[in-house]
Design a protein around this ligand. Structure first.
Ligand code: ASP
Ligand code: MG
Length: 440
């Protein structure tokens, strides 16, 4: 049994949803099909929620009506059969009635989560109506019946496994199971979610829970590329990556895969394949335990980074200094990405500066604190790259014109990270494309 996950753009237009139906019926292997919301829907729901939180009901009403209209038009092109259309209209009516009711009740965080869940609930129900119209046998498995997170927002893989096994056992005669990505139930039993972009994470958790033969992530690009295709002109897809390499790339900026989705697949050793709905024959990228080849595979960049330098003579010959520094970040649940130290100073980077003020104030107890905002981490990822001598030479030669603020080397054998000012990001990626991959 395999998992096939389709993202928002893969289901975002009626004809694209038709293609998805073709892809899921292409082979005989039984499968769980995980869908995102139609592209744009979750953003629209976030805005509706924000309007309600501000108490601006008329803006919320306008946004709800616009989204409703979008779905009314969507089903006209998705379906041709009258009965199917009637069913789809009823589904839309049900979900938009809910959204209209919330206009009248007071806003809360639990309600916000309910609002955000509407996108995946709609996309999966409409897809199932289309499958039914096409007489494709299938069953909808509501994610809220099996996908659970604990009090720390961590998925409960053991419980998910047991519940899914029961659901599958109950529907043994079925070959195609459709379910929602992103949504889950929390420790209180309320509707919740795995955070933005979390459908990949759902797919990987499901694949781990059922010990799938493969977890296919279908998007609209043919796999992970060696560089950011939105920034540099020429990029090439990477055929094979190890879980470690993929995790570094996903975390440091390759937008194609949600970073959290690597660990379940890795832990339960389920291969992940990144595929392209627009070009299904393309090989895409295979992610497994094995790295495939030695050497640089890709570079990726992540913006919105803040660097914090703590300088203190008390650090000299002292022990326990770093622990105290780290405790401050732990207290504010802010994770550190890069770290470099000298005998009298330590520099770290964070990508979440909500508590920057509090963190700075507490760090000032230890010494002078300097903050650089608007930084970017450029990550060079590959197998055993830190053991490949000429890579370092080529790397620094190719970016000799760029001022580098921090270098992280040797933390793992698969990654070298550089911290640069955000304004140099594009130029750096382009220079590395030439210097490391010979792509102009
Ligand atoms: N629909 C959700 C989002 O846009 C989850 C996902 O697509 O992965 O964030
Ligand atoms: Mg996504």
């Amino acid at each position: 049994m395999k998992v096939m996950k389709f993202g928002g753009t893969s289901v975002g237009k009626p004809h694209r949803m038709h293609e998805v139906a073709k892809l899921v019926t292409k082979d005989e292997e039984s499968k769980i099909v995980v869908l995102s919301a139609l592209s744009g829907t979750t953003n629209a729901l976030v805005e509706i929620s924000a309007s309600l939180a501000r108490g601006d009901r008329s803006a919320a009403k306008e946004q709800i009506d616009a989204l409703d209209l979008h779905y009314q038009q969507f089903i006209q092109e998705l379906l041709s059969d009258k009965t199917a259309l009637t069913k789809a209209k009823a589904v839309i009516a049900e979900h938009f009635e809910f959204l209209t009711i919330i206009l009248k009740i007071s806003f809360s965080e639990a309600l916000n989560k309910d609002i955000l869940a509407q996108g995946e609930l709609l996309s999966t129900k409409l897809f199932c109506i289309y499958l039914e119209e096409k007489k494709i046998d299938h069953i909808l498995l509501p994610a809220l019946d099996f996908m659970t997170i604990d009090g720390y927002d961590e998925p409960q893989i053991g419980a998910i496994k047991v519940k899914l096994a029961q659901l599958l056992q109950r529907n043994k005669d079925k070959n195609i199971f459709v379910t929602q990505g992103y949504i889950s139930r929390n420790a209180k039993g309320e509707v919740d979610n795995l955070k933005r972009g979390g459908s990949d994470y759902s797919a990987s958790l499901i694949a781990a829970a059922i010990n799938a033969s493969v977890c296919e992530i279908w998007t609209d690009i043919d796999g992970m590329h060696n560089n950011d295709p939105r920034i540099v002109k020429k990029t090439v897809p990477i055929e094979q990556l190890s879980f470690e390499e993929a995790a570094e790339l996903a975390y440091f900026g390759a937008k194609i895969l949600h970073p959290a989705s690597i660990w379940p697949a890795q832990y339960f050793n389920v291969p992940v394949r990144l595929l392209n709905t627009l070009f299904p024959e393309a090989k895409g990228t295979l992610i497994t335990e094995k790295a495939g080849s030695v050497g640089v595979k890709a570079v990726a960049a992540k913006d919105g980074i803040t660097a914090i330098k703590i300088k203190s003579s008390r650090m000299l010959l002292a022990y326990g200094f770093l622990r105290k520094v780290f405790e401050v970040f732990e207290k504010y649940r802010t994770s550190i990405d890069m770290i470099t130290t000298s005998e009298v100073a330590v520099s770290v980077t964070i990508d979440n500066d909500i508590y920057l003020g509090e963190i700075t104030r507490e760090l000032e107890v230890f010494g002078t604190v300097e903050i650089d905002t608007n930084q970017a981490i450029v990550s060079i990822v590959g197998n055993e790259i830190t053991e490949t001598k000429d890579i370092m030479e080529k790397l620094f030669e190719s970016i000799s014109s760029i001022p580098v603020r921090m270098v992280s080397y040797g933390g793992s054998r698969h990654n070298i990270s550089l911290l640069i000012a955000r304004s140099y990001k594009e130029e750096t990626l382009q220079l590395l494309n030439v210097g490391l991959f010979g792509l102009d």
